[in-house]
Ligand binder design. Structure first.
Ligand code: DGJ
Length: 344
């Protein structure tokens, strides 16, 4: 009897300590390890992107539904978290939910809603969210870009419309929304179904493509998961190859003219992820989703990658690594853990 009570007490204490551990203030990035929000729950924001607004970062990603596999439609909408330091994230909730009531909605439960990216439109004072949208029952056949809007960074977002994106008669696969210094917004996407990598300018509302798309010369076809930044006048593109949910090698490109020819610099990754036992040939087991320009720190960029788990998508983890630039080319070296302060 005594023994049973003792083991029960031990169990309660372990749970309490473990629970607190998950809520503990975090000081390091720990790529490929479980990442808990400030409530102690695993962060659920896959294929995401991060914006900075009024001294706060907002991370938007795919909210994956519990217990579902990719085949059972695990997409629940857009989940948002906020943070001051990029490490400790507060849950801001699901800011755009799939529609569980109206079967005819573009975002009806059962649709595929992936890779959300949010951009602030200063002209309309509006946050515009973009995501890959495949209508319910259509699978990955006909691709759209879904658009939702909000007056606040932490939502709620309202579904607005969809567009094909890629130029008629094409569609859009994985994409990046790149906002240039002059406020012009570009949609860079792997066009469907031919998988050419193309760019199109958006209108000043950031709602629809404005005119034709053109092929990005020098960027390999089948480049997925694109993330674009501008650094010291050079545009950098980080992406992957195309192999479904399985990891492949990352690839990088630069150009001085967004609408001109790009130069390929191959795979920027180095090192091994000891948890998943994968190196550069598999992007440490991840696939790119976004590059964060860290505010208040000179020349500091973070590459965001996802480790996909199609059997149980909610268990997918994240790999965030600092980007270093040598001779104007990016290099991403594996680190088991790292801090922004120690990173030059
Ligand atoms: C790769 C894409 O990057 C993901 O977003 C997802 O669409 C998978 N393909 C589906 O196989």
């Amino acid at each position: 009897m005594k023994k049973t009570i003792l083991s029960l007490l031990l169990l309660v204490a372990t749970i309490a300590i473990h629970g607190n551990d998950k809520k503990k203030r975090q000081i390091e990035f720990k790529p490929a390890q479980e990442w808990f929000d400030t409530n102690g729950h695993p962060i659920n924001a896959h294929g995401g992107g991060v914006i900075y607004f009024k001294k706060t970062y907002y991370w938007y990603g795919e909210h994956k539904l519990k217990g579902k596999s990719e085949k059972q439609f695990a997409d629940g909408g857009i989940h948002c978290y906020s943070s001051k330091d990029l490490i400790n994230w507060k849950d801001e909730g699901i800011v755009l939910s799939v529609d569980y009531k109206n079967e005819n909605s573009d975002i009806a439960y059962g649709c595929i809603l992936e890779r959300p990216k949010v951009v602030y439109n200063n002209k309309n004072k509006q946050f515009v969210a973009y995501f890959k949208l495949y209508l319910k029952g259509v699978g990955y056949k006909v691709s759209n870009v879904g658009v939702a809007v909000s007056d606040n960074p932490n939502g709620p977002f309202t579904y607005h419309h969809k567009f094909h994106g890629g130029g008629s008669p094409y569609g859009s696969g994985d994409f990046s929304m790149f906002q240039d210094d002059n406020g012009e917004l570009y949609h860079l996407t792997v066009r469907k179904p031919d998988k050419a990598f193309v760019i199109g300018k958006m209108d000043s509302d950031y709602y629809y493509p404005d005119g034709e798309y053109q092929i990005c010369g020098g960027v390999d076809a089948h480049t997925e998961a694109p993330a674009v930044i501008k650094r010291k006048g050079t545009y950098h593109l980080l992406g992957s190859g195309s192999s479904g949910w399985n990891p492949n090698a990352a690839r990088s490109f630069t150009t001085n003219n967004l609408l001109g020819e790009w130069t390929s610099h191959g795979n920027p990754c180095k090192g091994i992820n000891p948890i998943d036992k994968m190196g550069p040939e598999k992007t440490f087991s991840g696939q790119a989703s976004y590059i964060i320009n860290v505010r208040g720190k000179k020349d500091t960029y973070i590459a965001m990658f996802d480790i996909w788990k199609p059997q149980l998508p909610i268990t997918g983890r994240y790999i965030w690594l600092p980007i270093q630039f040598k001779n104007n080319k990016m290099s991403i070296v594996w680190r088991d853990s790292w801090r922004l302060n120690n990173f030059k």
